[in-house]
Design a binder for this molecule. Structure first.
Ligand code: CP
Length: 304
């Protein structure tokens, strides 16, 4: 594993399996919580979120707390970046103050270049525009692994706004490392332009065909904040054609598991009833977020 976690080129297949195993090992005896391990009392972790977050930010904070590290929640809106200080200079100031690791979410593809200049502070990419979100994918792989033993036997269907999803980009990077049987991409063509001629999977515009025999179904929300122009499909038409719900899931494999990285716009890409099915693993994904982020922080600190 590299010193930073920016994308999946920082991880080998062995690293991915080791992280899943470590995250599971942090679970409490009853598997309902995570143990508190005072492993890193001298480490300072800061978060900078240039885009909103609930799951990623909170789970990193809880993970840091569980590991005994100090967590500094940097308030961007009240910082000197509002007086013109650059992100680079802000990060340099943090490094000089002794921050050991920065969890960074950004709207643009800048993280990879930014981190090159830092030798004493480590970085985790907590979501980069529509480019990547590696820790979310590690959580998704951990969640799949709880129900499905072999990644390379899986028919995976991903439905929704694929072009603007950082989750799908990282998921593809990772699944190429761990293996898969097939990937089907599905969604309105306005939202899947980069996937219509994909070399690693099939594009299917009909939801029912895309869900046929799927072992893993991942639904994704429309990233309205990233749309540059109005969609050519109306809201009700979109729901009728692309919503994952009890009816549309009938054709999937009976042991299919349903994922969504969140946040979910219930009633649009996913109906509430489907989220209550036993094979819907959205709650597991959120719970696994804490354990996987404990694992990522532990492995990164062991590289420092
Ligand atoms: N999945 C995810 O990144 O959620 P948040 O935006 O709430 O962190």
């Amino acid at each position: 594993m590299s010193k930073n976690l920016i994308n999946f080129s920082d991880l080998t297949k062995k690293d991915i399996y080791n992280l899943i195993e470590l995250a599971n090992n942090f679970k409490s005896e009853d598997s309902l919580d995570y143990r508190n391990e005072n492993l890193f009392p001298d480490k300072k972790i800061a978060s900078i979120f240039c885009e909103p977050s609930t799951r990623t930010k909170l789970s990193f904070e809880i993970a840091a707390h569980n590991l005994g590290a100090k967590f500094i929640d940097f308030d961007l809106s009240n910082s000197s970046m509002n007086k013109g200080e650059t992100l680079q200079d802000t990060l340099e100031a943090m490094e000089m103050m002794g921050v050991n690791l920065c969890i960074l979410r950004h709207t643009e593809s800048v993280i990879h270049d930014l981190v090159k200049d830092f030798s004493n502070m480590q970085f985790v990419n907590a979501g980069e525009g529509s480019i990547s979100h590696p820790t979310q994918t590690l959580i998704d792989l951990m969640t799949i692994h709880e129900s499905k033993e072999n990644f390379d036997k899986l028919n995976i269907t991903i439905v929704g706004d694929l072009d603007h999803s950082r989750v799908v980009s990282s998921f593809i990077e990772a699944i190429e490392i761990v293996g898969y049987k097939s990937i089907t991409f599905c969604g309105h063509p306005d939202l899947c332009k980069n996937f219509i001629d994909s070399s690693i999977g099939n594009f299917e515009s009909e939801l029912e065909t895309a869900l046929q025999d799927a072992d893993v179904v991942m639904a994704l929300r429309i990233q309205n904040e990233r749309l540059s122009e109005k969609l050519s499909i109306g809201a009700q038409d979109y729901i009728d054609r692309y919503q994952v719900n009890i009816d549309s899931l009938q054709v999937a494999d009976p042991d299919m598991i349903l994922l969504h990285p969140g946040p979910v716009n219930f009633g649009i890409e996913l109906c509430k009833e489907a989220s209550k099915l036993e094979n819907c693993k959205i709650r597991n994904q959120i719970f696994n977020g804490v354990g996987m982020r404990m694992a990522v922080l532990t492995k990164l600190f062991s590289q420092a």
